[in-house]
Ligand binder design. Structure first.
Ligand code: FMN
Length: 175
């Protein structure tokens, strides 16, 4: 049995950066979601899934959902990457929304990612601009944390990635 593997799904690179840092820190193997198969992953004791957050959903979770029964008994953790600053209430809601049923006992960790509209696909950029337009008509006091981040980063290039966000996950692995 091999020690551990990092599976990641990243559209714009921030999650990939965290996955590579994690590989460096743990010595685990690393693979992108489309290449991950149950046959490969079953050989590992620990599975870390890193996924970007898009419209409140964590990318790559479908792999764990699909194979949760076959992966029972393994140590599994999820590290998700979003644009918003960490906020306890928003993080709890994200967890409730994404880690349901068979996945409800999986620990979730958070790292702040990046924002660059010029690198987004046309569809994503349009979606973000529509959201920014709709939000501009609302009272900022009613924004969710990630909406505040989306508004303050509008039109700017931001990179909040930092190795410090990996510390809680690394501590959990060492327990
Ligand atoms: C279409 C779209 C939707 C997004 N939705 C969220 C969100 O719901 N919550 C959040 O914190 N960040 C959100 N973001 C920001 C991304 O999570 C952030 O840019 C992150 O760095 C993406 O990871 P990646 O660089 O690995 O693709 C969104 C970004 C895009 C393009």
């Amino acid at each position: 049995m091999k020690t551990g593997i990092i599976i990641y799904q990243s559209k714009y690179g921030a999650t990939k950066k965290y996955a590579n840092w994690l590989a460096e820190l743990t010595g685990f193997d690393i693979i992108e979601t489309p290449k991950a198969t149950l046959h490969n992953i079953k050989q590992y004791e620990t599975i870390l899934l890193c996924g970007g957050i898009y419209a409140s959903g964590i990318a790559g979770l479908s792999f764990l959902k699909k194979h949760s029964a076959q992966l029972s008994g393994k140590k599994i953790a999820v590290f998700c990457v979003g644009a918003s600053p960490y906020d306890e209430k928003a993080f709890h809601e994200l967890k409730m929304h994404n880690l349901k049923n068979d996945l409800s006992n999986i620990p979730l960790f958070y790292g702040r990612g990046a924002w660059d509209e010029s690198r987004m696909t046309f569809k994503d950029r349009t979606l973000c601009r529509l959201l920014q337009k709709a939000l501009s008509k609302k009272d900022p006091a009613t924004y969710e944390p990630w909406m505040t981040a989306c508004m303050s980063a509008a039109g700017q290039v931001r990179d909040w990635t930092d190795r410090k966000y990996l510390i809680p996950l690394i501590n959990d692995l060492n327990e």
